[in-house]
Design a protein around this ligand. Sequence first.
Ligand SMILES: Nc1ncnc2c1ncn2[C@@H]1O[C@H](COP(=O)(O)OP(=O)(O)OP(=O)(O)O)[C@@H](O)[C@H]1O
Ligand SMILES: [Mg+2]
Length: 338
Amino acid sequence: MRKKHPKDEFMWRWELKDVGLSSRWRIVDKLVQAGIVRLAYKSRQYQEYILTDYELVKQAVLNYFKGKGLEVEGKAIIPETATKYANPEYLSITPPEDFLDVVEGYEDLKWLLKLAVLNPGIHFIFYGPPGIGKSIILLELERLPGAYYVTAGEVSKAGLLDVIYDLKPRFILIDELDKIKSPKELTFIYELASTGRVKEVKAVKSGRYREIVIACNIFASANKIDHFPSEFRDRFWIIEMQQYDIEQARRITVNYLVKREGVPLSIATTIASKLVEEKKLPSVRKAVMLWKLIQPIYVEKKKEEDVAKAIDRAIKILEKYKSLKHARKALEQYTNYR
Ligand SMILES: Nc1ncnc2c1ncn2[C@@H]1O[C@H](COP(=O)(O)OP(=O)(O)OP(=O)(O)O)[C@@H](O)[C@H]1O
Ligand SMILES: [Mg+2]
């Protein structure tokens, strides 16, 4: 059936604005999803659609603007709640059984995070000195369905936007967020954190833009947050994590080496006491690296006294070349070093 154009009877192509839809064009996508409008032609400037059933479309549009959601013949084809988000499949997720077990300590924080992942719209920045488990938390979150992890220094704004449009992630994990220096780069994260919405105007003149709303939680890490504007910080729960003291670092090192690296308890204890305790270096990261350095000797000799000797020797060399001093200094740079 051909409808007569209201302005020009020889016109065969109607534009959205002819039927008052210009400002709410997103309904067309929904009509396509519902199967009552078909995309016939697409170019960079135009998309042409064919209505498969004029009356059904008319009813659906009228109902839509009456606030009834997208209904056809009284039946909700796409309920409004589901269409609000482009990633409804991730609205309800189940974390793995052993979620966050790899993170030592932080029992209270883990409780909070297990709750936080159940609903979209809750955002966190983990903030503090190096080596205190910020990244390991993000990497655990990466195991959740619909999670996407990036290191801020390695990804461009355009790259991250593409990820958002293409993958529609539920969990956006941005490690080292403070590596993004320009406030301009942050604006879309503001938007995302406030409304889950992202809008990208490519060329204002041609009016080309893309827009998406996703159910999401943003989790980020940073060594510094003071340079973020307060309105940016206001959109996140800022979790300030402290430098480990010697005892915490010793305990985490032993547990980490035994559980994650399969190191015998006695060797893990030796590394922790010789490096962390005696040398007063509260760095789990450095302790893990020391184990990795020594591991070939353990594999070859298997004797604990040989391993202990090798640990002593390595520490001596690192001390001679001031490596331990630099490591300690790097941690001390952070004011909350205890
Ligand atoms: N609480 C912890 N539980 C398990 N592993 C930990 C913990 N804290 C530190 N580690 C280990 O120490 C190393 C450094 O931790 P991580 O990479 O998470 O530090 P970070 O806080 O992200 O530091 P940076 O600011 O330098 O990126 C990792 O190998 C990690 O597994
Ligand atoms: Mg990190």
